[in-house]
Design a protein around this ligand. Structure first.
Ligand code: FAD
Length: 59
């Protein structure tokens, strides 16, 4: 896996217990986290910063 390079953003991890941890912040992971959040679940997304479509300028 490629190493993440700026620009990228990272929030501090929650200190408490969360309902779900999503590994991977690509399209699939973000969509899963969005659905969970809309269901009022607390979610942490952990991403390595190397999405498959990185060469694309926009989605
Ligand atoms: C060159 C290219 C251009 C593309 N352009 C388009 C486009 O214009 N429009 C379109 O609809 N689709 C496009 N696609 C297809 C699209 O990129 C994929 O379908 C989509 O990215 C798949 O999403 P995903 O979440 O499954 O995987 P990914 O996008 O690969 O995301 C997976 C994420 O999980 C992270 N990850 C994996 N393992 C770990 C781990 N152990 N710990 C932490 N993080 C981890 C990775 O760093 C990555 O960020 C393109 C694909 C390529 C290759």
């Amino acid at each position: 896996m490629a190493v993440a390079t700026p620009p990228y953003a990272s929030d501090a991890l929650s200190e408490g217990t969360v309902d779900a941890v999503v590994i991977g912040g690509g399209a699939a992971g973000l969509n899963g986290a969005l659905v969970l959040a809309r269901s009022r679940r607390s979610v942490v997304v952990i991403d390595g910063g190397s999405p498959r479509n990185a060469p694309a300028e926009a989605v």
